[in-house]
Design a protein around this ligand. Structure first.
Ligand SMILES: [Zn+2]
Ligand SMILES: [Zn+2]
Length: 388
């Protein structure tokens, strides 16, 4: 494509200058255009410095440029392309190699591109991951030993091992999706918790920008789906090894994930009022709950990423606030369900927009739309139902 005409504009009053797409001659006045002070600007040169020429050439290779202007650390373009989704993909690949990061915004029809330097990806410290892994093994074992399995070492170890396996699989799912989509991420950080459950799950941190909506959906969905798929058979086996108590002894668990109730029905033909629960089944119970929380379509949670792949940032923000508030209110009517805690967390943690993918314009492809739908069904299956 042809090189767009360039002018270096300098403010006559303050020291501001930028480069823009303009056919004006050197010395020409541009009244009232300074973005900093609003005063007149003058064309000082008609050449682009080398550091700006490279990103401009990259964009020009894949898009038709109708306007551009530079600022301190970025160049903003107005562009067009017959297939902006494909053009952006190619631009992204080329840019990465040269150390630039493109971002595409706007609606279909009026496209804006921003080019900036690729941010430096910092490496995490593996010692922290290992320390947390060890600590979580310990807290889940202790939780099993003291709270649930009454000093039975083998049962506590089984619970600890099973829940760690399930959480590990969840994180492996994220990791595979990150590899597939060329996204840098840390190793998992397990979260030890000195509570009855022993853990609050695990997270990996995304370290580089997410290229497309497809990548965003895959990154969010993969963890919970992997975790769910491994929790399902282990929970079923655990229930087969559990014994319903007749007459009931002690308290039942306060609530069950919907799929847990279905598995109980399949195993026992009814939902027992109380049972001697096998460690595998208890780990499954915890994992299904963790999966449900992660899949809430809010903020930066796994389900939040999936939702952001499907909707605009304004809608996503509205959904996050509405969901947080309704879960909190829900707690007034069903205080025995833990949902109100999640509502509070959502309201406190997610107060800003979810940035979304670098290409926040192109439509999500069908495959990932179905993936988002499957994820939503799994979310419904993991919703807690009060017992008794
Ligand atoms: Zn100025
Ligand atoms: Zn996750």
């Amino acid at each position: 494509m042809t090189k767009p005409p360039v002018a270096r504009l300098e403010c006559l009053k303050c020291k501001y200058f930028d480069y823009r797409m303009s056919a004006r001659e050197v010395g020409e006045l541009v009244p009232g255009e300074c973005p900093q002070c609003g005063e007149d600007m003058k064309v000082a040169a008609r050449e682009l410095p080398k550091r700006l020429a490279e990103p401009l050439a990259l964009v020009a290779k894949h898009f038709k440029i109708s306007d551009f202007v530079t600022s301190k650390d970025r160049i903003k373009f107005e562009v067009a392309a017959p297939n902006s989704k494909r053009s952006f993909r190619s631009l992204l690949d080329d840019s990465k190699q040269k150390g630039y990061l493109p971002v595409m915004r706007g609606r279909e029809g009026e496209l804006r591109l921003i080019m900036m330097k690729y941010p430096r990806v910092s490496k995490g410290n593996i010692a922290v991951n290992l320390l947390l892994l060890g600590a979580t093994f310990l807290t889940t074992f202790v939780a099993g030993y003291y709270w649930i399995f009454d000093g039975k070492t083998l049962y506590a170890a089984l619970f600890s091992g099973t829940i760690m396996l399930m959480l590990g699989t969840h994180e492996l799912g994220h990791k595979i999706a990150a590899w597939r989509n060329g996204v840098e991420s840390t190793l998992p950080y397990f979260i030890p918790a000195p509570t009855m459950l022993g853990t609050l799950g695990a997270v990996i941190r995304i370290k580089s920008p997410i290229p497309t909506k497809e990548a965003l959906v895959e990154l969010g969905a993969s963890g919970p789906l992997f975790g769910f798929l491994v929790a399902l058979p282990l929970t079923a086996v655990g229930l087969m090894l559990s014994k319903p108590e007749i007459p009931p002894v002690g308290d039942s668990l306060p609530f069950f994930p919907a799929i847990f109730v279905m598995l109980q029905l399949l195993t026992f033909g009814h939902v027992p009022a109380s049972m001697t629960i096998n460690p595998l089944a208890f780990a499954g119970w915890v994992m299904l709950l963790v999966t449900m929380f992660n899949l809430l379509p809010a903020g930066q949670l796994d389900g939040g990423h999936v939702a952001r792949g499907v909707m605009s940032r304004e809608r996503h923000y509205g959904l996050t606030r509405a969901l947080g508030l309704s879960l909190l209110l829900f707690g007034l009517f069903f205080p025995q369900l833990p949902l109100w805690i999640f509502g509070l967390l959502i309201l406190l943690l997610f107060r800003g927009y979810h940035t979304g993918a670098l290409d926040d314009v192109s439509k999500l492809s069908k495959r990932q739309k179905s993936l988002a739908a499957v994820t939503f069904i799994v979310f419904l299956l993991c919703l807690p139902i009060p017992s008794g």
